[in-house]
Design a protein around this ligand. Structure first.
Ligand code: ZN
Length: 299
């Protein structure tokens, strides 16, 4: 015989659990988009458990030449807020946002920063790689925090606390960067990379970076540029050349072969590594890079 009372109790039980589950649904994570992996990590650190971050250009991806897919437009359409770098880094972004029909606010994380320019073929070009200065990354974190506070006021206390804790880590990181560079003899603080991604790092911490390819990877290095750099390395005895995680390594390999400059390893310029490759977070990326620079240049 079926125990009627038991059945009723169970039904109430199910209703109750459904009711209890409702607040959990209300606390579903806020969908947000970050244009590239480095920015995605900064957003994840500020957003913590409250946000679900989708990154468009993934680990080891090249944000200059990225070609968005329909899935990227869908992510943007579903996002409550979209974070991008700005300074012209994501040339593909305005069209993607328009195509997605997004209504969400777009936060340029470099807002308020002063951009640096580089001279290329007689033209002044804005250098987008602001994140390579840790001081700039701190401003980017503040802009991310303000963006999340504005879209999700209930989470303000959480975002503010997360940002404060992360900013303290960035303070410690910046001290380590300065200490690492201070350990390199000044005349050896010169490096070749394949594209000009380290201008902000160089100016902030006192190192010179020379690149055959310019601030964007969209155009190939010309034979003239490569020849000029090879002459410069030989004349100025530039000690080391570095591969970048987002670029073809053959150009740097060739320059090393022709000049005898040491290959200092791979550095992370415009993208994080995959989680198990040693530079899966912004902090690990900067630490990896300074270790590589110091290792190749200290003696
Ligand atoms: Zn770049």
């Amino acid at each position: 015989m079926i125990d009627r009372r038991y059945v009723i109790t169970s039904a109430i039980g199910i209703l109750l659990s459904a009711a209890l589950a409702a607040p959990a649904l209300a606390q579903e994570k806020l969908p947000v988009v970050a244009s590239f992996s480095i920015l995605g990590d900064l957003v994840a650190n500020v957003g913590g458990d409250r946000v679900a971050v989708t990154t468009l250009v993934g680990p080891n991806g090249d944000g200059h030449t990225f070609q968005p897919s329909p899935a990227d437009a869908k992510h943007i359409a579903a996002a409550k807020v979209v974070f991008m770098n700005g300074f012209g880094f994501e040339g593909w972004m305005p069209r993607l946002i328009k195509a997605s029909g997004a209504k969400a606010p777009i936060v340029e994380s470099t807002k308020g920063l002063t951009s640096q320019t580089m001279e290329e073929d007689g033209r002044k070009i804005t250098d987008p790689h602001a994140w390579q200065s840790v001081a700039n990354a701190k401003v980017m974190v503040q802009n991310i925090r303000d963006g999340l506070d504005a879209i999700d006021p209930d989470g303000k206390a959480t975002y503010d606390a997360n940002a404060t804790a992360y900013l303290e880590k960035l303070d410690a990181l910046e001290q380590d960067v300065k200490a690492a560079i201070a350990g390199i003899p000044p005349e050896r603080r010169r490096i070749i990379t394949s594209h000009d991604a380290f201008g902000y790092f160089g100016r902030a911490y006192g190192m010179e970076f020379i690149a055959p390819q310019g601030v964007s990877t969209e155009t190939e290095a010309s034979a003239k540029d490569v020849a000029r750099i090879i002459r410069q390395i030989k004349a100025e005895k530039i000690p080391a050349v570095f591969m970048e995680n987002i670029s073809d390594t053959r150009l740097v390999q060739r320059i090393a072969d022709e000049t005898g400059a040491k290959i200092g390893g791979t550095v992370f310029s415009d993208a994080l590594s995959k989680p198990d490759e040693g530079a899966g977070t912004y902090i690990d990326m900067i630490r990896h890079n300074i270790k590589a620079f110091a290792g190749a240049l200290s003696s």
